[in-house]
Design a binder for this molecule. Structure first.
Ligand code: NI
Length: 223
């Protein structure tokens, strides 16, 4: 009887408390997963040095890469977090300009984001939702024109780097003392100016509100 009671209570304890606590001050959290950048892709009209505003819009498609988070807990509930990823690659397109519509080029970017994160729930909860806000720097590189744009007498493509604010909501679910499931979504304000040169129209430019929603799902480990 005593042995059965002991076994039953040990089992109950194991089921009820698969982990001792979620996060506490000094913890380092590393997460890895699939991350998708889905641009809002709104832009100004495309304008040229010769004609002024010409019309049309720029477009950007979405891309999925390996996302990484590194967080350090300053207190049991507040931490700082860095978002990193392998480089995203997007096609840049043109629409609304008739013959020029379609793929205009491709770009790569890295959007490192530094945030303050806040976990509102008590650390005894296995389910740990959080909110965060921070600053993003997006570095565009490897800007390339498509062969059709080059055939249409464009030369070069450049996107200006962007500083902006970022906001996120996410949740960790502690599977064990150290391993967690994670899902998160963030909004990043990324605004850029894309420029190219045309043989007869001169400098061609368009302001692009990239403003993506960024989704990530993955696993984390608490050190
Ligand atoms: Ni914006």
């Amino acid at each position: 009887m005593r042995k059965t009671l002991f076994t039953a209570s040990a089992l109950a304890l194991a089921l009820a408390a698969p982990f001792a606590q979620a996060f506490e001050a000094g913890d380092i959290i590393v997460r890895a997963g699939a991350i998708t950048v889905d641009p809002h892709e709104d832009s100004s009209a495309i304008s040229t040095a010769v004609t002024g505003p010409l019309g049309g819009k720029a477009t950007l498609d979405s891309d999925t890469q390996l996302g990484l988070n590194f967080a350090y807990m300053l207190t049991d509930k507040v931490g700082i977090e860095l978002l990193a990823a392998t480089p995203f690659s997007h096609d840049v397109g043109v629409k609304g300009l008739g013959a020029l519509d379609g793929k205009f080029g491709s770009i790569k970017h890295l959007p490192p984001t530094l945030s303050v994160i806040y976990y509102p729930l008590n650390k005894t909860s296995a389910f740990q939702p959080y909110v965060g806000a921070g600053v993003n720097y997006t570095w565009f590189f490897d800007d390339k024109l498509s062969s059709s744009a080059e055939a249409n007498q464009f030369n070069g493509l450049d996107l200006k780097d962007s500083w902006g604010l970022a906001a996120q909501v996410g949740m960790d679910y502690m599977l064990t003392e150290n391993v967690m499931l994670n899902a998160q979504v963030r909004y990043i304000d990324i605004d850029t100016e894309a420029t190219s040169n045309h043989a007869t129209l001169g400098k061609v430019k368009v302001d692009v509100d990239v403003d993506p929603f960024v989704y990530m799902v993955g696993l984390g480990y608490k050190f």
